[in-house]
Design a protein around this ligand. Sequence first.
Ligand SMILES: [Zn+2]
Ligand SMILES: [Zn+2]
Length: 360
Amino acid sequence: METKPISYAGFSVLVPTDWDVGAIRLEQGMTMLGIQDAERNRIEVRWEKAGLKKARQEARRKGKPMEKRLLRPDEVSEKFHQEAKKKIKGLDVQEGVAEEKIGGHTAAISSWSDSQGSGYDAVWFCGNTDRYYYLHFVGAEEQFRSIIKGITCHTSLPYYRWQYLGLNLSLPKDFELVSQKAEVGRLIAVFRGYWEPQKKKGPASFLRPAPLPEPRRLMVERYNLTRLGDADPAPWARKEINSLGHKYLGGIKFEKREEDQAVNGHRASALLFSQGGGLFRKPSAFYLACSWTCPESNSAYLLVVPLKPHHDYRQDEKLPTCPQYVSCHWAAAETSINPAVENHEGSGSEKGSEQQHKSS
Ligand SMILES: [Zn+2]
Ligand SMILES: [Zn+2]
């Protein structure tokens, strides 16, 4: 069976090539990803913070033993299904039908059936990311086994991959998806991260609370070249960046600085934008917008990245370089690399999770 990776915020799974993300839900600290073939949902994966890291920090701060006891995966699985049974009529679950390793951790496996079909669920705790994972799978045992073999739930790399619906990004780990729009031939993804808070100097800093880190937004748009037709990509990009900036950043202004750069071997144009500011005020933020067309993937790309604060980029001789966050045309070749292998190297994941259980 030919497979491809779907990656999202540190989670990655190898699926048949005709499957892709069909639903994304973000609610109260829970992320839900629905992955499906042409007909129906095949995988639903959810994750949420277990809160162990926070509890440990708290205990260290107070100098007291940790209050939180971490639930075992089988306990979480049972609780999860009790809730599910309230919503799904006729849901029948067999807990603990097997124990498997997923991403190097021990997962509790259950089988289920309802009026719609049958399949398997897996629940595990990933100590590296402090996440509980819930995997709901619709289908037969053989496919379930091959799916869980291709799962990565944490990475030792300094970035997270985002590979879905034709996007292929490698972003710093602190970026999270906050908004997205998908339509035929067009995908817009908006991410949010935070700058390191500015350190206040002087003795008073002990008394003053630490300043909140400033948010930073990053936007990626992939646009089908066929949809662009004969239109010149450059004016299109300029117009599009302005409308994205208006919609997701609350307005940005072109600073009349434009430079030719290269992204993945394509000629790209880099443009400087600012936000805030006025006749007598300096802008509060700067953004670099990069646009290029990739004939290999039949797409035009826009990448709008936030620039480090507290610097006026208008006076610089050269603009900052477009970061290599987007892989536009070698997505297919990378499919052959098993992300599970790439990411598990030396991560010592199982040890990590066992220690966490012992200390609970
Ligand atoms: Zn993990
Ligand atoms: Zn390309």
